[in-house]
Design a protein around this ligand. Structure first.
Ligand code: CA
Length: 647
């Protein structure tokens, strides 16, 4: 990985205190205005001269002082930031990041200093706070109680947001785990489901002006994960810290930092249309890897018995079937889910792992994160919650050739839980293990920070399509919303492509899947995670048309570029992603009407003939060819809850 940062100082220390500071993006279209008036600091944001965020509060309250009022601006400095780097496990393999940076040094009534930093690229704004030592070199640490940082949108803005859950509710008291429904195009004034505000990412449509996506990045063991408060007409949405009841009430809701020390970055992605919202890499652009990978971690695909054959499939015979399925499809991994220690046993897992490796497949193993944070009963328990047990467990896994772990049921967003995530990742790296989190928080820049981190669930995923028909009915809406919001700021272990027509082992009982086969195949391109689950079942090998099998065998899960083509959150989405130099254009229709549209595909040469997968009348994939016309346009058709793929 090559990282180059050039900082050049353009301006420094005005003689007079200026209370109104403007910083613009390199292309000049995005402008942030920072004001300090009567001791209160606010910022506002305009894109193409349209107001996207109205004057909103800045500052925090801590045990070393109140930095939310009584503020005086001391100095300001604008510099240029350029960064060029490679990354893996995200929507792009390379980023050229260029931005302007504003550092404002302020002091409060007690002459205690704080810096407000803004980074402004062409479509992204990120801000954070840094606390400084006093002249006597103290204090050297601080506790941050709360922030007044807020986001006030223009009147008429509609929201695409998901509520934060009450703590210690839901199945075996495992919430919050970012598994609530996203609503679309709702007005701002509506109270959140639990009165606990909303989780990141949060998407806003600011009237006819454009779109704003809010997120957070750089949250490590050094801070809490935050979310948004409920809406207030005067203030908008405010940064909120974890709830007291999270993590079974253990651990503070405050954040502890050394001084000098900073808060994480809060990110604001802005666009006149949805293209910058889908293509942003801001989550990765402003953080750097925290350690080196111990081995080379590669993107792969895994099979998974648990989704449709649940707990009953955790036995040797069934796992052999899923290992065989992975081998037959050329997939690299097979995930053995919960209860494997009890139902298969450690000795047999060793044998199973050897068998898998003889077929060119490696196992991933499921673990409970507990601990004390909830009542989730699944085992293995008490193997991941501290470094002593982890060391023993991971050493054993390495000795039998296990490739990675899926750790489930975490305690929330408190700093003590962030520490657990980080320790787990760093320990796993020592043993060459890749890590997927479930029942968990939103990852915040983790693909870049931790080289063996793969993805987190933190979404209502495929398991719900299995659990109940209501979720199966909502799946087309969900998967056409995530590319604009949840999956735009972070990889998502969404639970995989489902090829069974019925959500049952016999593929004839329980409820049906509501999407077409091409919808599912295209979702493997549109949903982004570098270790991807193709949750096809052993029976699918005989049942699916050869054209579908062949497509799935060659499905990539590492992307070099992502380009937004068209779409609207919850209605439809068309993206192009490039892998190994080849473009995959794909679309999902989240609605129950057929869509015929002309799309412009600048990645293809005029007159080029390309493969075109579309739905036949029985919901199977039909492979034909289409010619890209002179102006690089193609007419595509998406059936209700269907899709298309061009490659
Ligand atoms: Ca889950």
């Amino acid at each position: 990985m090559k990282t180059k940062i050039i900082i050049s100082i353009l301006l420094f220390s005005f003689f007079a205190i200026i209370n109104n500071i403007e910083i613009s993006s390199p292309d000049g279209r995005l402008i942030v205005n920072l004001q300090v008036e009567k001791g209160v600091a606010t910022y506002s944001l305009k894109y193409d001269n349209q107001e996207m965020i109205q004057p909103s509060r800045l500052g925090l309250k801590s045990n070393i002082g109140d930095f939310s009022e009584g503020l005086t601006l001391i100095t300001q400095e604008i510099s240029e930031l350029q960064k060029s780097y490679d990354m893996s496990r995200t929507k792009a393999s390379h980023s050229e990041f260029s931005a302007n940076k504003l550092d404002c040094l302020l002091e409060n009534g007690e002459k205690h200093k704080i810096t407000f930093t803004f980074i402004v690229s062409n479509n992204d704004v990120a801000f954070r706070y840094t606390l400084h030592r006093q002249e006597n070199d103290n204090p050297k640490s601080a506790v941050i109680f709360s922030e007044v940082s807020s986001f006030l949108f223009p009147e008429g803005t509609t929201t695409f947001i998901s509520p934060q859950s009450d703590p210690m509710i839901g199945w075996e008291r495992t919430k919050p785990s970012y598994e609530e429904v996203y609503s679309a195009d709702e007005e701002m004034g509506k109270r959140s489901l639990y009165g606990r505000g909303y989780v990141f990412p949060a998407l806003f449509h600011t009237g006819n002006h454009g779109w704003v996506l809010l997120g957070e990045t750089g949250v490590t063991s050094g801070y809490v994960g935050s979310h948004l408060s409920d809406f207030s007409p005067e203030i908008g949405y405010t940064i909120a810290y974890p709830m007291e009841g999270e993590n079974n009430g253990i651990g503070t809701t405050y954040a502890g930092i050394p001084i000098p020390g900073s808060t994480p970055w809060r990110t604001i992605t802005v666009g006149a249309n949805l293209k910058p919202i889908v293509e942003t890499t801001i989550t990765y652009d402003i953080v750097d890897p925290l350690y080196e990978p111990s081995i080379e971690y590669n993107p792969v695909i895994y099979t998974w018995s648990w989704l449709i054959w649940p707990d009953d499939s955790i036995n040797c015979e069934d796992q052999v079937q899923f290992i065989y399925l992975a081998a037959a499809m050329g997939f690299e991994y097979c995930l053995v889910d919960n209860w494997w220690d009890a139902r298969i046993g450690r000795e047999k897992i060793e044998e199973l792992s050897n068998y898998a490796q003889s077929k060119g497949v490696r196992l991933m193993l499921w673990y409970n994160s507990n601990g004390y944070e909830n009542d989730a009963p699944q085992t293995p328990r008490q193997c991941m919650h501290n470094s002593i047990v982890r060391e023993k467990e991971m050493k054993w896994m390495q000795s039998i050739g296990i490739a990675g772990i899926k750790v489930d049921f975490f305690g929330g967003d408190k700093q003590v839980t962030m520490q657990l995530y980080e320790d787990l990742l760093s320990d796993a790296n020592r043993f060459g293990l890749q890590v997927i989190f479930h029942g968990c928080t939103l990852p915040r820049g983790w693909e870049r920070l931790y080289p063996n981190y793969v993805a987190s669930e933190a979404v209502l995923a495929s398991e719900n399509v299995f659990f109940n028909e209501g979720s199966a009915l909502r799946q087309p809406f969900d998967l056409t919303l995530h590319p604009f919001c949840r999956n735009s700021l972070a990889s998502m272990d969404w639970g995989g492509i489902i090829m069974n027509r019925f959500l049952s082992r016999d593929n004839a009982s329980r409820h049906t899947r509501k999407t077409t086969d091409v919808f599912e195949m295209a979702s493997g391109i549109i949903m982004q995670t570098s270790i991807q689950c193709v949750a096809m079942q052993p029976n699918n090998l005989d049942e699916l048309p050869q054209v579908e099998i062949d497509f799935l065998k060659n499905l990539p899960s590492a992307w070099e570029e992502t380009v937004f083509i068209d779409g609207y959150p919850g209605k439809f989405v068309i993206l192009a992603r490039k892998s190994a130099g080849k473009w995959y254009v794909s679309g999902l229709n989240g609605e129950s009407n057929m869509k015929e549209m002309e799309v412009e595909l600048p990645m293809f040469e005029p007159e080029k003939t390309v493969n075109y997968y579309t739905d036949d009348k029985n919901g199977y994939a039909l492979l034909t060819e289409v010619r890209v016309d002179n102006s690089r346009k193609v007419t595509i058709v998406m059936q209700p809850n269907g899709g298309f793929i061009i490659n």
